[in-house]
Design a protein around this ligand. Sequence first.
Ligand SMILES: NC(=O)c1ccc[n+]([C@@H]2O[C@H](COP(=O)([O-])OP(=O)(O)OC[C@H]3O[C@@H](n4cnc5c(N)ncnc54)[C@H](OP(=O)(O)O)[C@@H]3O)[C@@H](O)[C@H]2O)c1
Length: 242
Amino acid sequence: MSKVVLITGANQGIGYELVKLLAANPEVQKVYLGARNPKSGQEALNAIKGEGFNNVQFIKIDVTDPTSITAAKSEIEANDGKLDVLVNNAGIGEFSSDQNALTVDVATVRRTVETNLFGLIQVCTTFVPLIRKSPQAAILNVTTDMASNHLQAGRPILHLVAYNTSKAAANSYTIALANELKKDGVKVNAVTPGFTSTNLNNHGVGGKTPKQGAETLVKWALLDKDGPTGQFFDEHGKEFPW
Ligand SMILES: NC(=O)c1ccc[n+]([C@@H]2O[C@H](COP(=O)([O-])OP(=O)(O)OC[C@H]3O[C@@H](n4cnc5c(N)ncnc54)[C@H](OP(=O)(O)O)[C@@H]3O)[C@@H](O)[C@H]2O)c1
């Protein structure tokens, strides 16, 4: 298989490391390193090329900007005619803002939902026609254990309401998308890399390295036609409650 992969939000953090892990995999022909900021994207690409990767290409994609999503789709279609793997990794947390249920500013919720939910949906709906052209396609939505409603309702853990709510809603969309794409054989799953020290959490102490976070995602990006769909997996590869 010569898979063509797109990873959004891949100029830093988990997405950046995932680019390298997938580019090094023999199943992968090309990885598109998605970034909203061309300067950051180009710098990330240069660093990756400096490590000897020649099958990585920068692509501008801001998940909150439908024009850039459509342009990215047209570029990949012209170059490759299909997309085998879409990793919806781009995300924001706004962890420095008040995220208590009683006092959160709705503007904070709106911004996180704009990126983590509306952006993800727009990327999926735009790319599905290209994904359908792949004989072995997978969509991997990068989520968080903190977005598990089951977990939060039973044994509450840290609830950052803007972030968690946006990711829980994205999980719900993941279920719907998986069901609708089942007949086409497209695998759609939500996977959490677990606590990873990145810019998202101000490089919180005690987390995995971005590379370790990315390693948890590889097998879900490269699922074969017998792989699972419509499921939520934790950082150890075990099924997790929605
Ligand atoms: N770190 C954790 O502990 C953890 C745990 C569970 C899940 N996750 C999830 O893992 C994913 C990656 O996060 P990370 O920890 O690697 O954080 P990160 O280092 O902050 O990376 C986030 C990436 O998303 C990009 N991004 C933000 N808004 C975007 C937009 N509108 N369009 C395109 N790209 C956009 C960022 O671009 P800029 O550089 O331009 O800002 C950056 O490249 C996120 O979905 C996050 O929710 C992380």
